[in-house]
Write a protein that binds this ligand. Structure first.
Ligand SMILES: Cc1cc2nc3c(=O)[nH]c(=O)nc-3n(C[C@H](O)[C@H](O)[C@H](O)COP(=O)(O)OP(=O)(O)OC[C@H]3O[C@@H](n4cnc5c(N)ncnc54)[C@H](O)[C@@H]3O)c2cc1C
Length: 226
């Protein structure tokens, strides 16, 4: 999602804070003695000792109930932009909802709390027969060590990124589409840019990549000079 350049910056953050990060190596087994974990055996032959093993291997939504009830499903429960499922009396919100969205050509399923917090009000309008469209940008935040970040939007190409600032400190990252429009933006340890980033992601105006990267240019003035 963040791409190799920003992913490497997060890897470095963890290394600076004493975490040993190994990538591209499969775990072949968890080693156990007398019913307790002693570590993990890696496919390259190395053994990493430890008495606590935590797997972070992604999540799968529990959509069996919806599917068995006859609702249309794919990677989640399919809903339109009003969050209505294939049954007119049933709505779906949060992690399980794979929703049409005015800003995206494909349905999106977003696993972040902001979605779970904001979608129910739209779903309630739909159930009341009122006009309703869920059109908020996807959003999440995370705090890791001394880094705090917020991410808005949804990048289709994680590698097409422009950075403004210092990847080891404070920076903004922008993911562009192939027409140089900002699809997603992230602020790292910078807390006064939120409104500008929201506006950039919402805008369909192309930006100038070098102006976007230049901290001297106000974000409201990064439109393409064409
Ligand atoms: C480890 C972890 C870290 C996260 N960190 C962040 C973060 O930093 N920032 C962020 O924005 N988001 C984060 N998230 C995601 C966030 O927690 C979710 O997006 C949010 O909780 C989704 O809310 P929800 O109500 O859609 O689903 P859930 O909170 O998953 O609630 C669904 C509920 O339905 C119940 N359920 C399932 N099937 C059935 C059934 N058949 N019958 C009855 N009940 C059922 C489940 O038990 C569960 O209680 C994190 C998630 C995890 C797991």
């Amino acid at each position: 999602m963040l791409g190799s350049r920003i992913g490497a910056a997060f890897g470095d953050l963890h290394r600076r804070n004493g975490v040993e990060v190994r990538t591209g190596i499969a775990v072949s087994q968890v080693t156990v003695r007398e019913g307790h974990a002693t570590g993990v055996q890696l496919a390259d032959g190395a053994h990493v000792p430890g008495d606590l093993v935590l797997f972070g291997i992604g999540a799968v939504p529990n959509i069996e109930l919806a599917r068995d009830a006859g609702l249309a499903t794919d990677r989640g429960v399919l809903v339109d932009a009003a969050l209505q499922t294939s049954h007119p009396d049933i709505v779906a919100v949060g992690d399980i909802a794979e929703a049409e969205h005015p800003a995206f050509e494909r349905r999106v399923r977003v696993e972040h709390w902001a979605n779970a917090q904001n979608q129910p009000a739209i779903a309630a309008r739909t159930l009341l027969g009122k006009e309703a469209v869920y059109d908020r940008q996807p959003y999440f935040f995370t705090d890791q060590f001394d880094l705090g970040m917020e991410y808005r939007g949804l990048a289709s190409d994680p590698e097409n990124v422009v950075v403004r600032g210092d990847l080891a400190g404070e920076y903004l990252a922008f993911w562009l589409d192939d027409g140089d429009r900002v699809e997603a933006a992230m602020n790292v340890n910078i807390w006064d840019a939120g409104d500008d980033l929201t506006a950039l992601v919402a805008s369909s105006t192309p930006v100038d990549r070098s102006r976007l990267a230049d901290p001297e240019i106000p974000l409201a003035e990064v439109g393409a000079q064409r």
